[in-house]
Design a binder for this molecule. Structure first.
Ligand code: SF4
Ligand code: FES
Length: 232
């Protein structure tokens, strides 16, 4: 495999052809912010938080998928890049509850994000789904990163219980015909919960403990909920 030499933030680096800019930057110890990217999944390239400035390119380039080229000169933290990332996060804050996304808290501090900048913007409103014995879904925390859909589909489980519903601002993660999870193809593998970066998907135990149910009462509470669901 051929080797590519490029420059990132003024430092020269050699990597194998096919390496992404994000991976090459990591080799230099440079962390590029990311939200939708997961190292073990197909990059959905939807959040654009990883954009970098590639000298000669008309637009900013998503580092998680752009592959290095010989002689490329890349800036991962120029003013233009930081402004783009800041605006993306400020727009996300305006629509979604990011309080359980630890990476965002860190990026906000790094980039000087004003979480209130678009405070008058529309919020994404969604029902809270508590329809199965294993996990809850709080889509007001969902950034539509697509990871859960991929985990349920071709990247992990091949179950395809999740997809996108709606359009534009009203786009949301949905089951087919909005069926309750137990009536879908879901096998409750938990992979979607494991890859969700925002707490929109959460294990039921974790959720109940957060709600103040004691560890000792957890089992009993789950039995009660199971019974309730049967009666509904
Ligand atoms: S529920 Fe979580 S994993 Fe699924 S799209 Fe929303 S934020 Fe991403
Ligand atoms: S991390 Fe690259 S587009 Fe989301």
């Amino acid at each position: 495999m051929s080797t590519i030499t490029l420059t990132i933030d003024g430092q020269s680096v050699q990597v194998p052809a096919g390496t992404t800019v994000l991976q090459a930057a990591e080799q230099l110890g440079i962390e590029i912010p990311r939200l939708c990217y997961h190292p073990h999944m197909t990059p959905p390239t939807v959040c654009r938080l990883c954009v970098v400035e590639w000298e000669g390119a008309r637009t900013l380039v998503p580092a998680c998928v752009a592959q290095v080229r010989e002689g490329a000169v890349i800036h991962t933290a120029s003013e233009r890049v930081q402004r783009a990332r800041r605006t993306i996060l400020e727009l996300l804050h305006s629509a979604v509850d990011l309080s359980e996304t630890p990476e965002v808290v860190r990026y906000d501090a790094q980039l000087g994000v004003d979480a209130q900048r678009f405070a008058d913007g529309a919020r994404r409103e969604a029902p809270f789904y508590d329809d199965n014995p294993f996990y809850v879904r709080d889509y007001e925390k969902c950034i539509l990163c697509w990871r859960c859909v991929q985990a349920c589909g071709d990247d992990m489980q091949f179950t395809y219980a999740l997809s996108l519903g709606g359009r534009g601002f009203h786009t949301h993660i949905a089951t087919f015909f909005n069926a309750p999870m137990p009536e879908t193809t879901c096998v409750f593998c938990g992979n979607c919960v494991g890859v969700c970066p925002t707490g929109a998907l959460k294990g039921l135990d974790e959720y109940l403990l957060e709600q103040g149910v004691s560890f000792e009462a957890l089992h009993q509470e789950k039995r009660k909920r199971k019974q309730r669901r049967k009666e509904e």
